[in-house]
Design a protein around this ligand. Structure first.
Ligand code: MRU
Length: 348
């Protein structure tokens, strides 16, 4: 069972995902700044995992405050929150978790709690965010698992597994795990997911741990394997889902969705409601992270492209809602029109 981030008495324990699959190293983060840097540097990645980590970051910031003045404490929480919010722009779970922690702070303050009581309340709420995330993935696994046929193969892109969430299930890989838990025989085709290789390094590693059969392909093979009839469903996670059901996910997801449509293969998105951003009307408004071009020009220290070449390194793309067969959340399976079905899930 993989739980990539955890609150402990000594600090936040985090698996360094940059080193997988060759090294399993755990870090102990003692300050909110170390948590923020870990998100920026991809020690932890994947939308729900980033959200859980950010909540722990706010809790660490509160715990380490040494003053006795409530206004200074509030200023510190605000500064910590702003620092964490600057780490990565696309996964809305980050902002969702920071907002929730700030609302918890305001409620506790309005209730007349002391600084030490508020510290404890924030720690408890960050742990609750983590537990709720794992429970959401369990339900996603249950609802999504029912959609997969026995003896089928799922193609997935990036890593939307336990590593990318609070742990245990994952979103897209949660759907696979849910079907396997139901006694179905499921295998996975994992896109390697260039340039950061989350598929090759993380999805492959995670599924091998669980003895779920997995075959690794390069991203440009996905059309070919679909054409050969090797894929019965595509399941991916998401970093932000707009109110109309447009889906931001790892770069290359859009390409996979177009190919799935061409081959009449269902394209499912699995994500908790903390990934749905009702304030974003369409995918057009979702900020797309652009990352260091070295991720494309080099593999570790090996140079692949000529010095000085112009490079675009978009980390995410947006799949329009008409390519999405269904969105699986902890509330059930939402189908088009998503502007209605997603809103309804929030109201349930
Ligand atoms: O850049 P990353 O590795 O943080 O991107 C992760 C993804 O795109 C995942 O597919 C997405 O966050 C869903 S994770 C359950």
């Amino acid at each position: 069972m993989i739980i990539p981030v955890e609150w402990t008495d000594e600090g936040v324990k985090m698996l360094d995902q940059r080193l997988l699959p060759t090294e399993e190293k755990w870090l102990m983060l003692k300050t909110y700044k170390e948590v923020a840097d870990s998100i920026t540097d991809m020690v932890v990645r994947g939308a729900p995992a980033i959200g859980v980590s950010a909540a722990y970051g706010v809790a660490l910031g509160a715990q380490n405050f040494v003053g006795t003045n409530m206004a200074d404490f509030e200023e510190e929480i605000d500064f910590v929150s702003q620092t964490l919010a600057k780490t990565r722009p696309t996964a809305v779970n980050l902002f969702w978790a920071i907002d929730r922690m700030n609302r918890t702070f305001q409620t506790a303050k309005a209730d007349g709690k002391s600084i030490s009581e508020i510290k404890q309340i924030l720690i408890e709420d960050s742990k609750a965010i983590h537990e709720e995330d794992i429970e959401s993935q369990r339900l996603i696994a249950k609802f999504g698992g029912e959609l997969l046929a026995d003896n089928s193969t799922v193609l997935t892109h990036c890593n939307a597994g336990a590593l990318a969430t609070g742990g245990v299930w994952g979103t897209a890989l949660g759907v696979v795990r849910g079907a396997v838990a139901d006694g179905k025989s499921i295998s996975v085709i994992a896109d390697e997911t260039r340039p950061y290789l989350q598929g090759a390094r993380l999805t492959a590693w995670e599924l091998l741990q669980d003895d779920i059969p997995v075959t690794l392909i390069t991203d440009n093979m996905s059309g070919h394997v679909m054409k050969k009839g090797r894929v019965q469903a595509v399941v991916v996670g998401s970093d932000r889902i707009a109110a109309n059901g447009d889906v931001a996910n790892k770069i290359g997801t859009y390409m996979v969705a177009v190919l799935a449509k061409q081959h009449n293969i269902p394209f499912y998105v699995a994500a908790p409601l903390s990934t749905v951003d009702l304030n974003c009307p369409t995918g057009e408004e979702i900020p797309i992270e652009e990352r260091n071009i070295r991720e494309i020009t080099h593999v570790r220290d090996i140079q692949l492209a000529p010095e000085g070449i112009d490079v675009s390194n978009y980390a995410f793309d947006v799949t329009p809602n008409d390519l999405v067969t269904a969105i699986i959340t902890e509330k059930g399976v939402a189908r088009a029109p998503y502007s209605e079905s997603l809103r309804k899930q929030f109201e349930e």
